[in-house]
Design a protein around this ligand. Structure first.
Ligand SMILES: *[C@@H]1O[C@H](CO)[C@@H](O)[C@H](O)[C@H]1NC(C)=O
Length: 398
């Protein structure tokens, strides 16, 4: 399975390598064209057909070796980007996501009231008690469905960003080492531009999550309101409930890009401040490089938006959400103690459902869900596609 996947991604990269052969040869530190010319000139002089053929073969071997090196280098660059996503970027933004979600969908007040009602039956009237349980039902599912969506969206968004950035940086490196033609003014992506771009990963955890919670809450309410707390649920019924909520949510929301990116394309000032503060420290930026940065940032954002609204993104999101749901159900199945056809009353399922929301947002190192996403074939080929896609690249290179 893994090998197959590897081959799928590798083939995507291979196609790209073929297309950008010359640039990549240069990137590998080998001036492939130069090697060719040398042998060509040489063979013209010698005019010995046999020798020419031999040299052509040698040249071909050299080229092949250089290409293989370039391919290997590209592959390892690509792999390092996927590791950065899991080990650096995601861990830095996931805690904010969790804090914000748990702040906005706070169950502790409800559970405390219900507990005290249990200790002292005088405190709550039956009607109040039912009211609290109803609320707990809605909020437990809201929090977990939000966790499923936001973690998946954030994971895929960061992967999209890093792979777009990775491609640009790689091409920059290749170009930097190539012979710069006279009059060609060439500036690679500045650090400050890269930081400003990456800062957009903060949007969902700090701002976008509010809208996501509001919309998921509406859907959960419409599906769950009429479901009796005493009704027994088998694991298959639970899956149905999650799918119903998901369907209702997907039908009601306009598009999910609104949760991931600000509508006007501008990062709110408090979020943008962090990345500009880092730059101010090392700043010796002139006005022209600022304008250059702005143009490049716009290009990166343009590409990101294009990926987010593409069918490929919609497909990978759907597959990722399916995988996350199956993992959630797998976790929940432990409370059935192997008897998945036994029913458990909905009320009893609420605490485990709610706590799954918390498990989803653990640190990526201990987060099974993040690992499942990283290993998902669809996610891997999606990343290879974004990394190797030439969308907008030629525009940028003109
Ligand atoms: C949830 O609300 C309780 C009060 O009802 C508060 O003490 C607690 O800090 C809140 N938790 C979060 C994560 O905001």
């Amino acid at each position: 399975m893994t090998t197959l996947l590897h081959v799928a991604c590798y083939n995507d990269l291979k196609a790209w390598t073929k297309k950008h052969r010359r640039r990549l040869l240069v990137a590998a530190g080998v001036v492939g064209a130069g090697v060719g010319t040398y042998y060509f000139v040489n063979s013209m002089r010698a005019r010995a057909k046999a020798r020419e053929e031999r040299e052509e073969r040698q040249s071909a071997i050299l080229r092949k070796e250089a290409e293989d090196r370039a391919e290997a280098q590209l592959q390892s660059h690509f792999e390092s980007i996927q590791r950065i996503s899991d080990s650096t970027t995601l861990p830095s933004v996931l805690p904010h996501l969790k804090t914000r979600l748990f702040e906005l969908v706070n169950l502790s007040g409800l559970t405390e009231k219900l507990m005290s009602g249990k200790e002292d039956p005088q405190i709550l009237s039956p009607r109040e008690k039912l009211q609290l349980w109803q609320e707990l039902k809605i909020l437990s599912f809201t929090r977990t469905v939000c966790a499923m969506w936001s973690v998946t969206l954030l994971d895929l968004f960061i992967r999209t960003q890093l792979n777009i950035l990775g491609r640009h940086v790689y091409i920059d490196t290749a170009r930097d080492m190539s012979v710069v033609k006279p009059g060609e003014l060439y500036k690679p992506l500045s650090m400050s531009c890269q930081h400003k771009f990456i800062a957009f990963a903060d949007y969902l955890p700090h701002k976008g999550i509010d809208g996501l919670i509001r919309d998921v809450h509406t859907s959960v309410e419409s599906i769950m309101k009429s479901k009796p707390l005493k009704e027994p649920y088998r694991i298959a019924d639970l899956r149905d409930v999650f799918l119903q909520i998901q369907q209702s949510f997907q039908k009601s929301q306009g598009n999910w890009v609104q949760y991931v990116l600000p509508e006007d394309g501008l990062l709110p000032e408090d979020l943008a401040a962090a990345s500009s503060a880092a730059d101010a420290a090392r700043s010796s930026t002139s006005d022209s490089s600022l304008a250059d940065d702005e143009e490049k940032l716009e290009q990166l954002m343009f590409e990101t938006r294009n990926v987010l609204i593409s069918n490929e993104f919609a497909d990978v999101l759907a597959s990722a959400l399916d995988a996350v749901l199956e993992a959630v159900l797998e976790d929940l199945s432990t409370i059935y103690r192997g008897n998945l056809d036994a029913g458990i009353p909905l009320a009893k399922l609420l605490p485990p459902v709610a706590s799954t929301g918390s498990t989803l947002m653990e640190h990526p190192d201990d987060n099974r869900y993040i690992q499942i996403l990283a290993q998902l074939p669809q996610v891997q080929s999606f990343c290879a596609l974004v990394y190797s896609s030439s969308t907008g690249e030629d525009v940028e290179l003109e």
